[in-house]
Design a protein around this ligand. Structure first.
Ligand SMILES: Cc1ncc(C[n+]2csc(CCOP(=O)(O)OP(=O)(O)O)c2C)c(N)n1
Length: 513
């Protein structure tokens, strides 16, 4: 058994059976080892698709995927979506091939400071010493990744092709998220007993779904506190029957307005709300000065356990949770605008869809319209690096082939990682890609004004308009094997959505705005 075979065998033994790959010469032994039928390998035509797909996979399985990346440049191409995954707490095991150790000193064309590139983005980083230690390296990497961390294993050619012997048995270590200390819970319970004003509980991480969400629903029902998320969340379970969560607005002025009434903010697996960007004469922290922030559970703690302890302290464990009613949305008609788009989505959303949201200006304020839609999961970009939706949708669809994935993206964002469509066609994935084609980096125009510029000069405007030449997304999709439709009215959008959900496989809808 060589090092690469030992690596694949250990990944499988550790429960990692998916590899998003973009290989090169230094990974040929790894490729050969991927012939193991237990390991599913999926070719991505850009490393940012591979790392984004690994993010989507983790969000829907709570288990890491591996990626196969080619030396420093391959990793560099994938880093933007590693950044997004890191912010969302999505673990992955990046295996990055490198030159054999004795070749590095010659500074061959693809040699670079690979360790230096990987370090700031990796919670766990190791360069394999040799074939014999690869199995234990992989077991440690997967342990870190299962906890939602970025693990990067650099695999020099000689470690890959050298004799490794049988890999040792490395038991799977189940990740442990500790409950918060009782003293912290007691302090929060005191506030609920004597609040001196309204309380907002902000949920993040794993607390936005499953048990955590339900316990938060009990807390809201028992105490009348409001429940919210930050503007972006990794994965929220929402829709009819789920505990509804409000959303703190994106821009500073409406966020200040939203938060101004609260005397206390209690955070669960997240921090206090901060502005996405800083602006001249505008605050970075969004809560009012008179508001106190209390951390019930930190990001790497068990928020559900904290909420359960809090409910116990308040004697409210048996209260029925607050739940969202089903809202039947009539099919909208007429012009396409953010509201009719959101209504069409709410009307067409199938049960248990996975919505990946990079809709930017088109969908920014639309989330409220889908609160009462059929139950679904919502995945959002927590790292702000665009080119997120199409790869994450690809990974989510591979993770949950039984569910329809609705990937919503602005036309500018779509162009970063559009080749995800090719992987979706090749793997016949149930993804509906919706492109909001407003032919501009629209959000940046608003940000330009927010920075205080009264007028948009022609040269600055040209850097934010993507209308010349006109991007034909249906043609692009066709070229990658994905059927597509252009729509120009709310009814046509609804019908296209319905059609895409009724037929297996990928489809693209270009929403002409
Ligand atoms: C990697 C990266 N590069 C650049 C940006 C800056 N940026 C933020 S939004 C945006 C344009 C988004 O345009 P589009 O997806 O069409 O959405 P719209 O604003 O038109 O709704 C850009 C370039 C970014 N966030 N990430």
């Amino acid at each position: 058994m060589n090092g690469a075979q030992s690596l694949v065998k250990t990944l499988l033994a550790q429960g990692v059976d998916m590899c998003f790959a973009n290989p090169g010469t230094s990974e040929m032994h790894f490729l050969a080892a991927l012939n193991n039928p237990a390991m599913r390998s999926v070719l991505c035509l850009f490393e940012g698709v591979a790392t984004g797909a690994a993010d989507g996979w983790f969000r829907m399985t709570d288990t890491p995927a591996s990626t196969l990346l080619h030396l420093g440049p391959g990793l560099a191409n994938g880093l933007a979506n590693v950044h997004n995954a890191r912010k969302a707490g999505s673990g992955m095991v990046n295996v990055v091939g490198d030159h054999a150790s004795n070749h590095l000193k010659y500074d061959a064309p693809l040699a670079s400071d690979l360790d230096g590139l990987a370090r700031p983005y990796s919670h766990w980083l190791r360069r394999a010493d040799g074939p014999h230690t690869i199995a234990t390296d992989v077991a440690r990497a997967t342990t870190a990744a299962r906890k939602g961390r970025i693990a990067t294993l650099i695999l020099p050619g000689d470690a890959s092709w050298g004799e490794a012997g049988d890999p040792p048995d490395c038991p799977i270590e189940t990740p442990v998220f500790h409950a918060p200390k009782p003293g912290r819970v007691d302090a929060v319970a005191k506030i609920f007993k004597n609040p001196e004003g309204p309380i907002l509980v902000i949920l993040g991480g794993r607390a936005c779904r499953g048990e955590g969400l339900q316990l938060a629903g009990k807390l809201a029902a028992a105490t009348g506190c409001r429940l919210a998320t930050q503007f972006f969340s990794g994965r929220i379970e929402r829709g009819a029957g789920r505990t509804p969560l409000e959303r703190i607005p994106y821009f500073v002025a409406p966020a200040l307005e939203f938060l101004k009434e609260f005397r206390h903010i209690v955070t669960v697996e997240t921090g206090e709300p901060v502005a996405f960007f800083s602006y001249p004469d505008s605050p970075s922290l969004l809560k009012p000065e008179s508001c106190d922030v209390h951390g019930l559970a930190e990001k790497d703690e068990d928020g559900a356990a904290g909420l359960d302890m809090l409910l116990d302290a308040l004697g409210a464990r048996t209260v029925a949770p607050k739940r969202q009613e089903r809202v039947e949305t009539p099919v909208p008609s007429g012009k396409l605008d953010p509201q009719t788009i959101a209504l069409a989505l709410a009307a067409a959303l199938p049960e248990n869809a996975i919505v990946v949201d990079e809709s930017l200006t088109t969908g920014r304020n639309a989330a409220g319209f889908t609160l009462g839609a059929a139950p679904h999961d919502m995945l959002q970009n927590m790292g702000g690096s665009i080119g997120f939706s199409t790869p994450v949708a690809t990974g989510a669809a591979l993770a949950r082939p039984d569910r329809r994935v609705i990937s919503m993206t602005g036309d500018g964002s779509a162009m970063y990682t559009i080749q995800s469509l090719w992987t979706q066609a090749r793997e016949n994935l149930n993804v509906t890609t919706i492109i909001f084609a407003n032919r501009a980096y629209q959000i940046l125009k608003a940000e330009y004004a927010n920075m205080g510029f009264p007028e948009l000069g022609p040269r600055a405007a040209a850097m934010m308009e993507i209308d010349r030449p006109t991007l034909d997304f249906v043609a692009l999709a066709k070229g990658m094997g994905v059927p597509g439709l252009k729509v120009a009215s709310a009814e046509a959008f609804f019908r296209a959505l319905q059609k895409s959900c009724a037929e297996p496989g990928p489809m693209l809808i270009e929403v002409c705005l």
